[in-house]
Design a binder for this molecule. Structure first.
Ligand SMILES: [Zn+2]
Length: 127
């Protein structure tokens, strides 16, 4: 159900942005989702498809870019991408240092769940 609540807030944010910009139709929405969120992009899309039915977001193309996790290790100073451990409980996602296995790391990137760009049509844009 993690994806459902996230999809819900993403769709709301999209519609809110569109409304503020006097959109009559949304053509495309690009999302950036960090791997640390443990969100499944396919499920996210599926949920959004359900939630956006009957809205101006309905026919838009949804693009989800997964953002790799980047950490800085407090122990050895390693800074870079790290892979999430697949054996971890998905509700307890923990990033760790690939060099020394330390979990005391600063997350630099990978927790985001943002709308990157949205393409809309406005009423007065009709040329
Ligand atoms: Zn380390």
């Amino acid at each position: 159900m993690h994806e459902l609540s996230m999809a819900n807030s993403m769709v709301e944010a999209i519609l809110d942005t569109a409304k503020k910009n006097d959109a009559i139709k949304i053509n495309e929405a690009v999302f950036e989702v960090g791997e640390l969120t443990m969100l499944n992009p396919e499920q996210l899309k599926f949920m959004m498809d359900v939630l956006r039915e009957g809205t101006i977001f309905e026919d838009a193309e949804i693009i989800i870019n997964m953002i790799p996790v980047v950490i800085e290790c407090e122990s050895c100073g390693f800074k870079g991408e790290t892979k999430m451990d697949d054996n971890m409980d998905h509700l307890m996602s923990v990033a760790k240092c690939p060099e020394c296995d330390n979990t005391r790391v600063h997350i630099i990137q990978g927790q985001e769940c943002n709308i990157k760009t949205i393409k809309i049509e406005r009423e007065d844009e009709d040329a």
